[in-house]
Design a protein around this ligand. Structure first.
Ligand code: PHE
Length: 376
């Protein structure tokens, strides 16, 4: 405390104050000292020390002034000292109380500010993902076939040439293998069989029939691979859903009826289907299914111009299918004389593109959120 500088420990007489006129200056010093110290008081603990230093009963500044200046003062000076002392006390008490209030409310404010939850602040927005369109189309197709008694099975993407080709009636030098050039896995010398990435989901026809006796009704969603250069309609990896139904009495009518049911469920009741002769080594007869163009209503024209989706053809090629070739039953120990059935292989990417008006297959694999977001 600045008490000693101001002479609080001495009497006024010792300080050489003998006239009332000198007293004002003395007190001014005390006021100035108080005001100066007050500026530095910002928290509760400093405030308490400060309060005791000035108002403490035993040795506070006001007590010192009372004891050292007022009490020993001559009667003439006493009146003035008493008056100044009262002014000082009023000032000190009111300022100390004001500072206490300020510190208290300031501390409260700070505490509040710390705890306050600002509900207007934007939260942490976590983007919510959605199913990929391919996944969704898989699901749509699975739901349709499950509703008519098919079960869903899955199989390996790494296959042996036996399942991918031979057991499907595609011997090693069959020209069809050219269309299904694929990727072979590098294996250590002496490996029992080469391994390849399956070119279609048809190997699962064989694996399913090996495992179970007729009746068989399965669909097989999955990834397939071919040695293709990527462009708007080709990708070295794409997706298929295989279908297989084998029983003792399955007819060509069951086959086309099932496919027609599926296509109408998938594209809507107004589309028509047709089939054309085709060729696959593992089906006989083989067909290619077409759907009437869902974009131009099967007219080949839209808004007076040639429909850009079917290029005016009114029909869009959908997928390959056929009645299971009896030769295939020979590979799975089914009696070709007793059973019959049909199979189909739906290209999912193509179907998704058709249904959702997408003209580049690559967007499925680029994972650009601007694309993905369009199918929330
Ligand atoms: N696996 C054939 C393909 O990928 C499609 C198909 C499947 C054809 C089943 C007939 C029967 O091209």
């Amino acid at each position: 405390m600045a008490g000693t500088d101001i002479g609080l420990d001495k009497t006024l007489a010792a300080l050489g104050v003998t006239e009332a006129a000198q007293i004002g200056a003395r007190f001014e010093q005390v006021f100035a000292s108080f005001d100066g110290q007050l500026q530095a008081i910002h928290d509760e603990s400093a405030w308490k020390l400060f309060r005791d230093a000035w108002l403490g009963r035993k040795s506070g500044v006001l007590t010192q002034i009372t004891d050292n200046w007022l009490k020993p003062a001559t009667p003439e000076l006493k009146r003035v000292v008493g008056q100044k002392l009262n002014e000082l006390r009023a000032h000190v008490e009111s300022q100390i109380e004001a500072r206490r209030a300020a510190i208290e409310s300031g501390a409260e404010e700070a505490a509040l500010a710390k705890e306050r939850v600002d509900l207007s602040l934007p939260g942490v927005i976590r983007p919510i993902g959605s199913h990929h369109l391919i996944r969704r189309v898989f699901q749509e197709i699975e739901d349709i076939f499950v509703s008519i008694g098919f079960s869903v099975v899955e199989g390996p993407e790494i296959e042996t040439p036996y399942y991918n080709f031979e057991a499907l009636n595609i011997p090693e030098f069959h020209p069809v293998r050219d269309d299904m050039d694929t990727f072979y896995i590098e294996l250590p010398k002496g490996a029992p069989t080469p391994l390849l990435l399956r070119t279609h989901t048809s190997p699962m026809q064989i694996r399913t029939m090996e495992k179970q006796k007729p009746p068989v009704r399965v669909i097989v969603p999955g990834k397939v691979y071919r040695r293709d250069n990527p462009d708007a309609t080709h990708s070295f990896m794409f997706h298929q859903v295989e279908g297989l139904a084998v029983d003792t009495d399955i007819t060509f009518c069951d086959f086309t009826g099932t496919i027609e049911y599926f296509v109408k469920q998938f594209f809507g009741p107004s589309v028509k289907t047709r089939f054309r002769p085709s060729y696959f080594p593992f089906t006989e007869p083989s067909v290619e299914f077409d759907v009437s163009c869902p974009f131009c209503g099967g007219t080949g024209a839209s808004n007076g111009a040639t429909c850009s989706k079917c290029k005016g053809a009114a029909w869009i090629e959908l997928f390959g299918a056929g009645m299971v070739d009896p030769a295939v039953y020979g590979f799975v120990n089914y009696d070709a004389k007793k059973v019959s059935g049909f199979a189909f292989g739906i290209g999912i990417d193509r179907l998704a593109m058709l249904k959702y008006g997408i003209d580049d297959i690559q967007v499925f694999f680029q994972n650009d959120v601007r694309f993905l977001k369009q199918f929330p």
